[in-house]
Design a protein around this ligand. Structure first.
Ligand code: BTN
Length: 255
C-alpha cells in the first residue's frame, strides 16, 4: 500500500518522514509494522480514514472519513521515557498545546489519556509497546454534533464545534507533529519537570473531591497528590490511600 503523500518536516525527532494515506486499517498497526527497522524511528503515519481504528480497552475508534486527525508515531524512546504514564502525559500535553495554538481554547486532561474541551472528549491516545513504541492519537477536528449522535458518541466533541467553522486538517496535523516534537526534545534532554508541571496543571484535580476507579475497587475521597508515581487519596474516614498510577483506571471529579 502506497502513501498518497510523503512530507518531510524540519523537526528533530519525529515527523522528518510523514506518510499520508487515504485509508488504512489502523495507523497504529501500520506504524508497528515499521518497528522492525530502527531507521524508521520518528516516522509518522497519517490517514484520512481507518477501517479498524483501535481505542483503549479493546474498544474501536470511530471517525468519519476526513473529519479528524488520525496519527501514529513510531518511537524507540530511551528507558526513562518508556513508561506509558510518561508517554501518555507527553502526548496529552502536546495535544492541549496544539488545541491552544489552533483555537485559543484551553483543553484539560482527564486521567489517564483523554483530552477534553469542557466535558467533551476531543482526543484519545493509545500507546502500544512491542519492538518499538507506537503512540496513536485521534483528534476530533471537524465532526458535527449529528455525526457524534449517529455514532452514539454522546460525550464526544470536535474542535469545529467550538470554533464554529471547519479547520484545515492538514495544518492541524502538522501543528500537532511540531508540538509533539518540541515537547519530546525537552524530554530527550532530560527535562521531565516541564512536562510534569504542564500535565498536573492540565489535569486540575489536586485538592478536589474525586472518584478513583482502581483495578480492584472504586474509592471516593480528597485527592492530595497526583503524580506519575503516586495517586494519594484522603478517604472520608481520614486515612490516606496511596496507589500506583498503573493500578488506576480513572480519576474523575465528583459530579
Ligand atoms: C481511546 O480509546 O481514547 C484511544 C483512541 C486512540 C485512537 C487513535 S486514532 C490513530 C491511532 N490508530 C488507532 O487505531 N488508534 C489510534
Amino acid at each position: 500500500m502506497n502513501p498518497r503523500a510523503t512530507w518531510s518536516l524540519p523537526t528533530r525527532h519525529l515527523g522528518r518522514r510523514v506518510l499520508v494515506f487515504d485509508r488504512v486499517d489502523s495507523t497504529n498497526t501500520l506504524a508497528a509494522q515499521l518497528a522492525a527497522d530502527p531507521a524508521n524511528a520518528g516516522t509518522v503515519i497519517l490517514a484520512d480514514e481507518q477501517l479498524a481504528g483501535r481505542g483503549q480497552h479493546g474498544r474501536s475508534w470511530v471517525c468519519p472519513p476526513g473529519a479528524g486527525v488520525l496519527l501514529s508515531v513510531l518511537l524507540f524512546p530511551p528507558p526513562a521515557l518508556r513508561r506509558p504514564v510518561v508517554l501518555t502525559s507527553w502526548a496529552a500535553v502536546a495535544v492541549c498545546e496544539t488545541i491552544r495554538e489552533l483555537t485559543a481554547l484551553e483543553a484539560r486532561i482527564k486521567w489517564p489519556n483523554d483530552v477534553l474541551l469542557e466535558d467533551r472528549k476531543v482526543c484519545g491516545i493509545l500507546i502500544e509497546q512491542g519492538k518499538g513504541t507506537v503512540v496513536g492519537i485521534g483528534l476530533n477536528v471537524n465532526q458535527s454534533a449529528e455525526s457524534f449522535a449517529a455514532a452514539g458518541l454522546t460525550l464526544a466533541g470536535s474542535l469545529a464545534l467550538w470554533t464554529g467553522q471547519p479547520l484545515d486538517r492538514s495544518a492541524a496535523a502538522r501543528r500537532l507533529i511540531e508540538c509533539l516534537d518540541r515537547e519530546y526534545d525537552f524530554l530527550c534532554r532530560g527535562d521531565l519537570d516541564r512536562l510534569r508541571a504542564a500535565w498536573k496543571q492540565r489535569t486540575g484535580l489536586v485538592g478536589r473531591e474525586v472518584v478513583v476507579k482502581a483495578l480492584d475497587q472504586t474509592y471516593l475521597g480528597l485527592l492530595r497528590e497526583l503524580s506519575w508515581d503516586n495517586v494519594e487519596l484522603q478517604l472520608p474516614e481520614g486515612n490516606v490511600l496511596c496507589l500506583r498510577p498503573e493500578t488506576v483506571k480513572h480519576v474523575e471529579l465528583v459530579s
